[in-house]
Design a protein around this ligand. Sequence first.
Ligand SMILES: Cc1cc2nc3c(=O)[nH]c(=O)nc-3n(C[C@H](O)[C@H](O)[C@H](O)COP(=O)(O)OP(=O)(O)OC[C@H]3O[C@@H](n4cnc5c(N)ncnc54)[C@H](O)[C@@H]3O)c2cc1C
Length: 310
Amino acid sequence: MLVVGGGPAGLSAATWLGRYRRRTLLVDAGDHRNRAVEAVHGLLGRDPVTPAQLRQDALEGLSRYPHVTVRQGTVSGLDHADEGFEVEVDGQCLHASRVVLATGVRDRLPAIDGLAEHYGAGLQHCPTCEGFEARGRPVVVLGWGAHVPAFATELLDWASEVVVVSDGTPLQVTDAQRRQLDEVGIELVDGRAEALLGPRGDLHAVRLVGGRELPAAMAFFSIGHDPTVELARGLGCALTDEGVIAVDHEQGTSVAGVFAAGDVTPGMQLVAVAIGEGATAGVACAQSLQGRATVPGAPPAAPSPELLAP
Ligand SMILES: Cc1cc2nc3c(=O)[nH]c(=O)nc-3n(C[C@H](O)[C@H](O)[C@H](O)COP(=O)(O)OP(=O)(O)OC[C@H]3O[C@@H](n4cnc5c(N)ncnc54)[C@H](O)[C@@H]3O)c2cc1C
């Protein structure tokens, strides 16, 4: 079994493959989407927890399963082969009978001074994840797409005030949307944001080209992200209109033997959801092998469910 990606989705899938005693290799390039984040919020029983702590605990749990190997590296090739798939990991060729793709997405980031310092603290991109941290405080939104009015309005669930900066690109809003934003007190600024002011964890303001400073305890951006689907595309997995991997209720893709989970599939992009989808993918992947032997020395394989069907 091959799991590509070691974020919450991949780690969860590998955990369940381990519990089913399926020989599993998890390969992770290590660009976890939330690696710059101070805290993961909203995860039941772990709210808040740092991404590093969550990962360490997950790896510790995985170490209980002797048939799971975690390897730092990149899967650079994945193709169909007899009874499974041919895999290339950092120049080495391997065979896998099943694949779980948990490759995540890559965020597009704003070009602004202070990005590295504030990203994952005062600078965020997900109101669902971080809106609560903005409660009662002024917020600046960086973005220009047609979705920005809804994005900014959602932040009013928490923020004391919201200002949208289109960052040098014409804001794609209709006149009706402009009026609605005006009615709820959201200001639209056509300027370009050049710097985030204040130390990490204590953002004060966003400075625009020309010197105007917009008070901001938090800034949110909404520019877009690119699902990491190169391997899925190469295997012929169907994608949705949004460009993520289409899956069924068991996280199975359109290609037999290939499962997918986490941000690279449709649905909310949250750690809890990625863990849940990873669990579904891992269990479904393991069960798809029922009837085949698990590990050397194990009792005879369980009969495949079809044989037991009445
Ligand atoms: C700023 C920010 C704040 C967030 N805050 C929260 C929050 O508070 N609460 C919450 O629930 N969610 C939050 N999220 C969302 C959450 O981080 C994601 O939903 C979650 O990380 C998705 O997990 P994943 O396993 O699908 O992807 P990822 O964690 O991104 O993992 C994908 C992994 O696959 C690897 N990979 C890709 N291609 C290959 C390859 N070919 N070979 C090997 N490895 C590969 C990548 O390097 C990466 O390590 C936040 C996200 C961001 C960006």
